[in-house]
Design a protein around this ligand. Structure first.
Ligand code: SF4
Length: 227
């Protein structure tokens, strides 16, 4: 188990424009630039990860470091994998405290967008770190709650793989399995030859965060299709 407690984040204004669907030629006002500077100073991104062994695969369950997870997709994805990297990442709570304490909706909107970017950038940082540190070619990931097949209740076994998450990275799990701070993400990175995205198995229409097209054939290959 290891903690990365100084994950850097530098706001890329072009990326912010993409995130907000703004024209590339948009010029941000001095106020927005000042707000961005404040946001950068409030973001304290940290990650905790473990190097875990896949022990057993039975039916739609897979055991990681002795903890059982129930998900057909996760089990299939870990069929040929021996080591995986469970993780929890957060950008801390200062940014969301700032957003919820102000009454200016536009300011809140910018802070939310910057927070999402920082969380994504921190996840990419951890992924690159793991690849470099462990000499891995390609990693895919799954998160509890991203698919019906791997529900949010699986946060509990995932958190049980770590000791003292609250003390080490400041993340707690509510009874409804949500993470506090809100801008946190958890999951399992695993080595893959072919990239896997949960979006490939998710038919939701119009999702702005979709990373790959829905693939009904793949869904059948995972044995998820009803028909
Ligand atoms: S399409 Fe959207 S809701 Fe579905 S898994 Fe991807 S990001 Fe999540």
């Amino acid at each position: 188990m290891r903690v990365l407690d100084t994950i850097p984040f530098h706001l890329d204004f072009d990326e912010l424009k993409r995130q907000l669907h703004l024209n590339r030629k948009t010029v941000f006002s001095a106020d927005v630039r000042k707000l961005a500077g404040l946001a950068e100073s409030l973001i304290k991104a940290k990650a905790i990860y473990a190097v875990s062994c896949v022990n057993r695969r039975v039916g739609d369950t897979v055991e990681v470091d002795g903890v059982t997870f129930t998900s057909r997709v996760l089990r299939v994805n870990l069929d040929k994998v021996e080591s995986v990297f469970p993780f929890i990442i957060t950008i801390g709570r200062a940014l969301e405290d700032e957003a919820s304490s102000c009454n200016d909706l536009l300011r809140q909107f910018y802070l939310e967008a910057i927070g999402d970017m920082a969380l994504r950038s921190s996840r990419q940082y951890l992924e690159k770190f793991l690849k470099r540190h462990f000499g891995l070619g390609q990693l895919s990931r799954m998160s509890p709650g991203s698919l019906k097949d791997w529900p949010i209740t699986e946060q509990k076994p995932l958190f049980s793989l770590f000791d003292d998450v609250e003390n080490l990275v400041g993340v707690t799990l509510t009874e409804s399995m949500l993470m506090i701070p809100r801008k946190s993400v958890s999951g399992i990175f695993f080595p893959t030859e072919v990239m896997f995205f949960s979006c490939q198995l998710c038919p939701r229409n119009g999702c702005p965060a979709r990373k790959a097209p829905y693939d009904e054939t793949l869904e059948k290959e995972y044995g998820l299709h009803d028909g």
